[in-house]
Design a protein around this ligand. Structure first.
Ligand SMILES: NC(=O)c1ccc[n+]([C@@H]2O[C@H](COP(=O)([O-])OP(=O)(O)OC[C@H]3O[C@@H](n4cnc5c(N)ncnc54)[C@H](O)[C@@H]3O)[C@@H](O)[C@H]2O)c1
Length: 246
């Protein structure tokens, strides 16, 4: 059988690129889909790079058609694209709510919807949605925490609906990672101080590395994980167990 095909959205970003590298090393044919920089990052990794806006269904259809044209099939979808525009409940405006919910929640739903015909043709499939430990206890901006909690609900519903097609659907929920997403949150000293408090609050006394999240994704896409569906796997160095970190 030819190598399985995996799509990673947000594939030009910090975590997405690492997931792409790990899946490529695992023998997947990898397509990195991103709003910005996909062809460049994919070129560096020797994989396929395709522009997409996950909030735009026409763009999603065009990107999936490109992957199908290249390899004729899709076996795995990693919904990793995400944004976290900074706000508090006092400062948030409707546009920020809409953008955060669109990219982090409606985007994965649109990707899943449009992958269903491909999974039908492949006789099954795997979906991993990248969540966040903030779905459990907050500790992020409100729209982001709400979107990530919604993603768990979407995952469980999708696991029910797509199970009969042989598709598993799970969440991998990381904690703080040193990626560009956090660089947009404020000045570097603030982010560094947050990272230190975070590591101190971990039962393991450390942060999580992006490659550790990527390997959790790879496990859920592997053959032995085929009976796991509707699950949320926390990759947090235990910080989802710890007291609230802010
Ligand atoms: N960095 C963290 O601390 C952290 C913690 C928990 C969960 N996460 C999650 O991990 C995932 C990856 O985040 P990251 O840390 O690598 O951030 P990142 O900013 O490095 O990457 C996010 C990528 O998503 C892309 N993107 C944004 N909007 C898009 C759209 N409309 N269509 C397509 N692509 C779009 C961006 O261009 C970017 O390349 C996100 O879902 C994020 O919520 C991150």
């Amino acid at each position: 059988m030819s190598a399985r095909v995996a799509i990673v959205t947000g594939g030009a970003g910090g975590l997405g690129r690492t997931i792409g590298e790990v899946l490529h090393a695992d023998g997947f044919r990898v397509a990195l889909l991103d709003l910005k920089g996909a062809p460049e990052v994919a070129g560096e990794l020797g994989v396929l790079g395709v522009p997409v806006d996950v909030t735009d269904e026409e763009s999603v259809r065009t990107a999936l058609a490109r992957v199908e044209q290249e390899w004729g099939r899709v076996d795995a979808l990693v919904n990793n694209a995400g944004v976290e525009p900074p706000h508090t409940l006092e400062t948030v405006d409707p546009a920020t709510w809409a953008q955060t919910l669109d990219v982090n929640l409606a985007g994965p739903a649109l990707m899943i919807k449009n992958c269903i015909p491909l999974f039908r043709r492949a006789g099954g499939g795997r979906i991993v949605n990248i969540g966040s430990r903030t779905w459990l206890g907050g500790g992020a901006s409100a729209a982001y925490a709400a979107a990530k909690a919604g993603l768990v609900g979407l995952t469980r519903q999708a696991a029910r609906e797509l199970g009969p097609l042989g598709v598993t659907v799970n969440v991998v929920a990381p904690s703080f990672l040193r990626t560009p997403l956090n660089a947009t949150k404020g000045d570097p000293e603030f982010v560094e101080a947050f990272a230190e408090r975070f590591a101190a609050a971990s039962p393991l006394g450390r942060l999580v590395e992006p490659r550790e999240v990527a390997h959790a994704v790879a496990f859920l896409l592997s053959e032995p994980a085929g009976a796991i569906t509707g699950e949320t796997l926390h990759v947090t160095a235990g910080t989802h167990l710890a007291p609230y970190i802010h």
